[in-house]
Design a protein around this ligand. Sequence first.
Ligand code: F6P
Length: 319
Amino acid sequence: MKTIAVLTSGGDAPGMNAAIRAVVRTSLDKGIKVMGIKRGYSGLINGELFEMKRQDVSDIIQRGGTVLRTARCAEFLTEEGRKKAAGVLKVFGVDGLVVIGGNGSFMGAQKLSKLGISTVGIPGTIDNDLPYTEYTLGFDTTLNTVLDAINKLRDTSTSHERVSIVEVMGRDCGDIALYSGIAGGAESVIIPEKGYDFDELCKTILEGKLKGKMHSLILVAEGIGGSMELAKQVESVTGIETRATILGHIQRGGSPSAFDRMLASRMGVRAVEVLIEGKTSRVIGIRENKITDDDIDEALAVPRKFDERLYEISEILSR
Ligand code: F6P
């Protein structure tokens, strides 16, 4: 292994910079040349590669976003685009590629590995929607961002004795809503994995009022959506003033938490080691606090298993 390249792809996630730093510094430590690729697969196709030195990753561990920039690339979805990308890697003498991203980015890495490129993926997405790993980079920071917003919304909701509906990201995965609902003390959590019953929701809100609750907090996952409309319906049925807040892209920014920095550092080091060991088509993960590496085909085939116990906990604690 003489040259490793690294890219970030798809939606950015806090902790990506810490992972880039770990990949660059581990490679250099092992005497391997390392190249950064700008703008994900799009930059790869366009040959936007540059050599990275130790100081290129100084002062980035604490920064959100990705210094390599990121993109969603339509051309890479085509066979021709991927062949171009593989050609560019050969021209630059790249022996191993580290892809930091989510599901779509991993599918790209999977296809590139079929073209003979040694690839290893680091899960970087706030959605926590890759079932082979217990955590993805950025998820923990996003939870903290959501909690900060919830705390602030509680102040105003309590003052006005309102219902507050908070819609969070996650694509079709309810983890951001479920975890932040538990940690933020929400009255109800509405996620695609479970769906919801509108009458039950209104009943919970009204019962809460009877118990003396000053406000109700409802967490809605993006995969359910429609929180503005839901707020109107809740208000008209319960008679309690209801406001919806869609947190949006604010959830993707911010300085990574200690957990995400640690995870990124551990995963970044392991990704380089895996390439040095001669393994290819692997993805790095974490299970039972051990850093893992799995075959990419097997990892992407792992079915989504919903954590019923966590949902039960959210229900018990909100009663
Ligand atoms: O995958 C991360 C994510 O933030 C999802 O939660 C969300 O559905 C999507 O990306 C938003 O994508 P974009 O930044 O392209 O609007």
